[in-house]
Design a protein around this ligand. Structure first.
Ligand code: AMP
Ligand code: MG
Length: 269
């Protein structure tokens, strides 16, 4: 299954999230076969990350966005389980600090961009500056509305300098979010993650959907695509994201660099 093709937001297209099925499983089911495929993808990911790390010609930036409980942490845990921690960094973006607010909105993000050879995963990102910021009017409209172009230019700049960018919107339904929030209340391993804000944010559901629709439509480009990943089923979300990451890395045709010097002449004593 070509998940990239199925879930990619075509540049210039109109995005309507209400029409995207958060339960989609693309014909897969949660069985042994899928379980095996998930493992296979992770083991190939491990191999190809070594190549990325050795060759050091590309960096991979994975942007994860989605509403509360959409599974950003779980996706990171899954993808990370397939790669060596050396050469992979996760950056989580919270409400900006005073210092971050005193700079342009891309400053903190640019600093966290992965170096050549590495994979960088963003748990939330510069897109918050056209999402939460827009929904809560944290800056005037003329400021946030300029940011789509600024983001596109910034991402183009990164790609021209060797960074491959994949952006995943984890799409859950409002009903599924309710289920997940409720289950967090009673689960001691999860309720530490809950805040009154999560419940308040849920009341802005429609505003967030509209803000996401604009961000996905305006900022999905040929080189820096957005994918709308059906995320009501965690195993399917993991399969789709890791498969797209793997296929993208495979398409780079990377090669191990040649050893420095003539190692054939080296002799062990
Ligand atoms: P969490 O990911 O659940 O730890 O929450 C992080 C919070 O930081 C979320 O409520 C985000 O909306 C918020 N946040 C992230 N980036 C920004 C930003 N640029 N401006 C305002 N709030 C932000
Ligand atoms: Mg939260």
């Amino acid at each position: 299954m070509d998940f990239a093709r199925r879930y990619r937001v075509r540049p210039g297209s109109c995005v309507e999230l209400s029409g995207a099925n958060a339960d989609d499983m693309a014909g897969y089911s949660k069985d042994h076969k899928t379980e095996r495929q998930l493992k296979q993808v992770l083991s190939r990911l491990d191999e190809i990350q070594r190549l990325l790390y050795a060759e050091k010609k590309h960096a991979l930036l994975i942007v994860l966005q989605g509403l509360d409980t959409s599974g950003k942490d779980g996706t990171i845990r899954h993808v990370m389980s397939g790669v060596s921690p050396e050469g992979c960094q996760v950056s989580a973006f919270k409400a900006p600090t005073e210092e971050e607010r005193a700079h342009d909105f891309l400053w903190r993000v640019h600093k966290a961009a992965p170096r050549l050879g590495d994979i960088g995963i963003f748990n939330r990102s510069h897109y918050e500056d056209v999402l939460v910021v827009r929904v809560h009017n944290l800056v005037p409209k003329d400021v946030w509305s300029r940011r789509y172009d600024e983001i596109n230019q910034f991402e183009k700049f990164l790609t021209e300098n060797g960074t491959v960018i994949l952006k995943f919107y984890l799409h859950i339904s409002k009903k599924e979010q309710k289920k997940r929030l409720e289950s967090r209340i009673h689960d001691a391993s999860k309720n530490w993650k809950l805040s009154a804000d999560d419940f308040k944010e849920r009341t802005y559901w429609n505003q967030y959907q509209a803000a996401y629709e604009d961000a996905l439509a305006k900022c999905s480009t040929e080189r820096c695509p957005w994918f709308i990943i059906p995320a009501n089923h965690k195993w399917f979300r993991n399969l789709a994201v890791s498969q797209i990451v793997l296929k993208t890395l495979e398409s780079l045709n990377m090669k191990y660099p040649l050893p420095a010097g003539n190692i054939e002449k080296l002799r062990l004593k």
